[in-house]
Design a protein around this ligand. Structure first.
Ligand code: F0G
Length: 459
């Protein structure tokens, strides 16, 4: 059989210009942004791989849906469409619309959390951890050891360490566990998938101990595709059927719809339990909006309902996962230390390995993020000790487990030639790696410091 290129399974109907810039211009832009790409303005960026969140290109069908948005305060028909779409996917009865994922997180974790409570996840995403800790509870990550080694090939590096889960439940006492949360795919751990087998085991342990089991499901379609191609017994199932099965194992789900629901803004909380749903609805009304729109416009809900269907298109999912893999494998071949196997929504680079001469307290990931911007106008994000580092009582940095940089790929936005340009930029990054210096933080907030911290280059 002749191998054919996996092409983008869409044509482009509307375009958005990219502002080109020179390296000299970018030097100045970056200095003015205090060496934190979050503080750049988007027209200073050529390829924006900061996030796959809220950056999807909507389809013609979704844009048509926008015009059908019903903006009624109560009982909007667009809400009915969204509610139906989420119920039929999750099999859960109570659906609460929110303006994005963290709004749903704040609601559920402020209800379930509080001092003395523990939450356990494969890896809590940063906003998840922040919402849990803000409630006074603690958040523990129990990823399998394979998931912590960027160079180790393993099909489901997002899996939870179920042995440690059982042990932690015994130590803490089941009644003190607020919830167990599986993040699918595991964003902070490299966009790595969780297997159905692992989900079943986590579900079983939770049931046995009477603990609530939640899915952080913002990339559940991508996770389902990985199960389809990697897990025994799932080849002949559709990605949607696999996702439905995964939801059937959980008591609730939190979704940032800005990822796999292909919308620019939106989220939801889905629950089976009437009492928890009622308590959460109170919080929803106080802080987001009435139960039939939460934080969303009618048009947003319309687009979300359509996006949740489109995401499971087999041609789309094949193109999505294979094009992310294409970027990752080409970088790997060029000698860039990437996390393997390549995840679903992003390619993760091991900055500690790329810059072994930069110690962790000088943030090798931040150095790479800055280099990518300078050399190619590519914006990426550090997922290492800037994002997850803490200070000990002695004021010294307790580094994150890994120093990764994420190239998150917006859905349906960039073409093959954009990707080739990124690969070429990395050849320059490799050639100059030895000369790159670390950074120090000159200003930082208390929570989620990566968003707004200021940095200075260490000379
Ligand atoms: N959970 C996961 C696994 C996420 O990746 C995110 C967001 C959230 C929850 C929160 O959702 O942004 O809608 O409030 N991740 C984005 C990212 C920000 O870039 O990975 P949100």
């Amino acid at each position: 059989m002749i191998h054919k290129t996996i092409i983008e399974p869409f044509k482009i109907k509307s375009v958005e210009p990219i502002q080109m810039s020179t390296e000299a211009q970018r030097e100045k832009f970056l200095k003015d942004a205090h060496y934190n790409p979050f503080l750049l303005s988007s027209d200073q960026v050529i390829i924006d791989f900061l996030t796959d969140s809220g950056t999807s290109a909507m389809s013609a069908n979704q844009w048509a849906g926008i015009m059908n948005g019903d903006e009624s305060y109560a009982g909007s028909s667009s809400w009915k469409k969204m509610e139906n779409a989420v119920q039929s996917l999750t099999g859960m009865e109570f659906i609460l619309p929110t303006h994005q994922g963290r709004a749903a997180e704040r609601i559920i974790y402020s209800h379930l959390g509080g001092k003395g409570k523990t939450f356990i996840s494969n890896t809590h995403f940063d906003t998840t951890r922040a919402n849990i800790e803000f409630s006074g509870a603690e958040a523990i990550d129990l990823l399998i050891p394979e998931g912590k080694n960027p160079a180790q090939i393993y099909p489901f590096k997002g899996n939870m360490d179920t042995g440690s889960l059982v042990k932690t439940i015994q130590e803490k006492g089941a009644k003190n566990i607020g919830a167990v949360i599986l993040t699918v795919t595991n964003n902070s751990g490299g966009g790595q998938p969780v297997s159905m087998e692992n989900t079943k085991e986590v579900s079983r342990i939770c049931k046995e101990n009477g603990i609530l089991f939640l899915l952080d499901c913002c990339r559940v379609a991508e996770n389902a595709y990985f199960i389809k191609i990697r897990e025994k017994g799932y080849t002949d199932k559709t990605a949607r059927e696999i996702a439905v099965e995964m939801f059937s194992l959980a008591d609730g789900a939190v979704m940032s719809s800005k990822k796999d629901a292909l919308v620019n803004m939106g989220g939801f909380l889905a629950l089976r339990d009437n009492e928890i749903a009622d308590a959460c609805k109170n919080l929803l009304i106080i802080t987001e909006g009435f139960t039939t729109y939460g934080g969303l416009s009618g048009r947003d809900m319309e687009a979300l309902a359509i996006g949740l269907e489109e995401i499971f298109d087999p041609n789309y999912l094949e193109y999505r996962i294979k094009s992310t893999t294409y970027l990752g494998e080409h970088l790997d071949k060029a000698g860039v230390p990437v996390m393997v196997p390549i995840g679903g929504h992003a390619v993760y680079i091991d900055a500690k390995k790329l810059y072994p001469h930069i110690p962790v307290h000088e943030y090798p990931g931040q150095a790479l993020v800055c280099e990518l911007y300078l050399k190619g106008g590519i914006r990426s994000v550090e997922i290492g000790s800037v994002m997850f580092g803490k200070y000990g009582e002695d004021g010294k940095l307790i580094p994150a487990a890994m120093e990764l940089v994420r190239l998150a790929i917006p859905r349906r936005v960039y073409t093959q030639s954009h990707i080739e340009y990124v690969i070429e930029t990395f050849n320059e990054i490799l050639a100059t790696a030895k000369d790159v210096r670390g950074y120090k933080i000159t200003r930082e907030p208390k929570f989620l410091r990566h968003f707004t911290s200021h940095f200075e280059k260490i000379s």
